[in-house]
Design a protein around this ligand. Sequence first.
Ligand code: MLC
Ligand code: AMP
Length: 515
Amino acid sequence: MSHANLFAALRDAFPTDLDAIAIECADQIATDGGPLRYSWRDLERGTAMLANLLLSLDLPAGSRIAAHTEKSVEALMLYLAVLRAGFVYLPLNQAYQAAELDYFIRDAEPAVLVCAGAHFGWVSKLAFQAGTQYVFTLNEDRSGSLLDRAASMSDQHEPADKQADDLAAILYTSGTTGRSKGAMLSHGNLLSNALTLKDLWDWKSGDVLIHALPIFHVHGLFVASHGALLNGSKMIWFAKFEPRAVIAKFSEATVFMGVPTLYVRILAEAALTPQACASMRLFISGSAPLLLETFEDWQARSGHTILERYGMSETLMLSSNPCRGLDGERIGGTVGPALPGVSLRVHKDDGQPCATDEIGHIEVRGPNVFSGYWRMPEKTQQEFTPDGWFKTGDVGRLDSNNYLSIVGRAKDLIISGGYNVYPAEIESYLNEMEGVLESAVVGVPHPDFGEAVVAAVVARPEATLDGEALIATLKRQIANFKVPKQVFVLSELPRNAMGKVQKNLLRQQHQGLFA
Ligand code: MLC
Ligand code: AMP
């Protein structure tokens, strides 16, 4: 296919009435005092003007356009404009601090970076030092140089001609041993996954999506946004998740997507009742394990059965519980069968296939699977089997109905509130600190975040450490969600006979810390 631009496919699905509301902001007020609203025409014109702005900069083909901004409809339009103009989108969590951002910018070498005006000083310094040509600002109140410059651009633009395997976005995932890796996703990866989910999740006319997730990860940026756009569905947009306000909007919506923490927080509200959810047809959970308790509580309190699905940055969505009753039952504690067109297998350590219900490594193949890590060919090769399957790093089993259950992770990864935290990265920061001899970071159960980051540190001889002081230092260095909720000072780390730190003992010891 020569014209495989994802934006073109999304735009083809815009309703014929371009003046209909495409996005209604639930937590932002327009100048007339009503809710801030965007029509389909606004999306069409806004993305054309932004695409024309990018093209006016005379950037080389394949240029990366990085966004380190708050969630806003304009930030979503920037993403769509990057696709439209044929460049490569690089979303970055606004919580990232200087050292983290510096790494991404040096690695991805974006030609353009968009950041909040309040951060322009330090962010532009990093970017210009790394060779970025243009730094624009985009603020929560829709002010800033990006929109100022776009305002004088034409609102006509023909989407760039793209092949299915042309790069559309790079999503950074932290590495288990050090450097973060940029997963390269193509127009074809994104479009094939979006089309599969449109059908599987039975998107229909009249559907309205509540969008309450951040837009710098797969879940909010791709799964949720593409789903609504490809169906020409209105989105009720939350710049920040607020459980009571979300419940109040269920009566105007039909579809909601969240990480488990969002479901836990909504369950804590008395306003969650079957009546409040009467117009809803589908609640989807993913990005982290959904506890069976949450699944069952949700059934009892809302009258709806959550559909749990499984995916990752490198592969987009992989498996899903059924949506339509005739496709089967939604089973709590499982992430359902592989998506149509996606192949999924479970293999033993020796590479042999596991029997039904036997636990092993989850490996996948399909049009959704990324082409590799940005500028890391060796790393890419390591993550694929010789016969071309991607090793997810997740551990699970397939039952006799081919439903997958994820039972653990081979990768040393903590998922806190849907965000990935790699212990090795936090340990490297702790080990650099004055007085720290060594450290070990683990995840322990947490009622709100699912898992919470906890660290154990050992002081150098003669040094005295204070856990709170270490936390305060980390808060100035790394994104807030990565900072350990507690740091324990130990005289030594538990080790096995081979000298390896026994993280499982640390986990066991602090199992009940947040119970
Ligand atoms: C915030 N905090 C967290 C945290 N989020 N701590 C641990 N884990 C998290 N996820 C901390 C802050 O540092 C702060 O600490 C305190 O909690 C309050 O911060 P906040 O900013 O007010 O929190 P809040 O806005 O309420 O954020 C919580 C949240 C957010 C659950 C809404 O984390 C969130 O949106 N998570 C979703 C992530 C997501 O979209 N993941 C998808 C990845 S895609 P202090 O100490 O400063 O007070 C993927 C693939 C797939 O995985 O399959 O989908
Ligand atoms: P990310 O790198 O942010 O894309 O995170 C991907 C990881 O999130 C996967 O490899 C899984 O470990 C985890 N994940 C995603 N969905 C689920 C789910 N439904 N249940 C358990 N883990 C999940």
